[in-house]
Write a protein that binds this ligand. Structure first.
Ligand code: 1HN
Length: 374
């Protein structure tokens, strides 16, 4: 290039900059990515590290101050953002006996997977959902929810929300002004009432929708303000586990063992629009083949121990450990024990699929790579 052209380019650069314009030819390398950005790190949060800090928080941070007593999983690749992957938010929450978390609703969709304690509940849109270890309770976008611990032990669960997706669209919206039918003036809550009235019968979700293959014809499918989600708010571990165990002698998925997706019983789709929920059973000594997909995941180990090899690195997991699997990383799971291992996971696959962008590559037994586009 001649000196004259260079001068003209520099002038163009300066003028463009002052006009808030960027030259595509300078930005190309950061736009035309051949692979997704390597920003999320594979990482495991050990129960032995998290548990004592949660219990300490329960001692020293009053529930009135925090409303939700949560420690947030913060992916080391995301520069301090309180996100477990670039698309998912995850935390452990702890409630002492007698504590309650006041009602609110918001545009992020939320889920709880129960880790410990009995006597816990979430009220979702007037349904009191009681909790046992391994149950999945959803509070979809626009549903009022409040929590409490009526038991005599500490209650712990894992929260997973689509907060980063909702934030990236800049459609975050929280509301606190729930107006119940019996106003509780003594609650001290600044707006409306602090807790919901329970208006639906016990075990409502399970009684209506808890039998696979049968849909009640008289129940409203739309619950909550937004309604693009499962009308069933509780998925019981007892049933999920039995369903997995019934398939123990099937081959299952070569990449995930015996794996089941939690679905909206009315449509067969994901339970909430942006997140997919799954539980899988890896049989004694099972080693899966490797695959990679365009979706991030967060895993929780309910039972057993083993490791997930992610891009050649072993991420070891055991009871109550949580780990992050970044998008498009080769990975395979190994159960190193002679008992079944159970992993629960939440991914952003539902959102990616809705955009038509889900793809997966699989390594076959002979080491060939197959591309699968759904
Ligand atoms: C939320 O609604 C809860 O209800 C906990 O327990 C954590 C983090 C971000 C946004 C909403 C809850 C949350 C949250």
């Amino acid at each position: 290039m001649t000196v004259k052209t260079l001068d003209k380019r520099e002038a163009l650069h300066q003028e463009a900059k002052s006009l808030h314009l960027l030259e595509f030819w300078k930005e190309r390398a950061d736009i035309e990515l051949v692979e997704p950005r390597d920003i999320v790190e594979p990482h495991c949060w050990k129960w032995r590290d998290v548990e004592p800090r949660l219990r300490a928080a329960a001692d020293i941070v009053p529930i009135e101050e925090c409303e939700r007593r949560a420690l947030l999983f913060c992916n080391p690749g995301l520069g301090g953002k309180p996100y477990v992957t670039n698309t998912l938010f995850a935390a452990f929450s702890l409630y002492n006996p007698g504590e309650q978390a006041p009602v609110h609703r918001h545009t992020p969709s939320a889920s709880r997977f129960i880790v410990e304690g009995s006597g816990g509940y979430t009220v979702v849109e007037g349904e009191k959902c009681v909790m046992h270890r391994g149950d999945l309770i959803i509070t979809p976008a626009g549903t009022w929810h409040d929590h409490g611990n009526e038991g005599d032990e500490q209650l712990i669960w894992m929260d997973v929300l689509d907060v980063p997706i909702i934030e990236s669209l800049n459609v975050t919206h929280f509301e606190f002004d729930y107006q119940g039918s019996s106003s509780d003036a003594s609650s001290g809550h600044p707006m409306g009432t602090a807790y919901q009235d329970v208006s639906l019968p016990p075990d409502h979700s399970q009684r209506l929708y808890g039998t696979g293959g049968l849909m009640p014809l008289f129940a409203p499918e739309k619950r909550g303000a937004i309604g693009h989600h499962s009308p069933m708010f509780v998925y019981r571990w007892e049933k999920t586990r039995a369903a997995l165990e019934r398939l123990a002698d099937y081959q299952g998925s070569p990449y995930d063992g015996v794996i089941m997706e939690y679905v909206n019983p009315a449509t067969g789709q994901s339970v909430m629009p942006a997140m997919s929920f799954r539980s899988q059973m890896l049989r004694p000594g099972e080693q899966t083949l490797s695959h990679r997909h365009m979706s991030n995941a967060v895993y929780f180990c309910l039972e057993g121990s083993g490791y997930t090899e992610i891009d050649g690195t072993r991420v070891e997991w055991g009871r109550n450990d949580v780990f992050a699997l970044p998008t498009w990383k080769w990975h395979r799971h190994v159960n190193t024990t002679n008992e079944n291992a159970f992993l629960y996971s939440v991914t952003d696959e539902a959102a990616i699929r809705k955009l038509g962008l889900f793809r997966e590559e699989r390594k076959t037994e002979s080491g060939d790579i197959e591309l699968v586009i759904y």
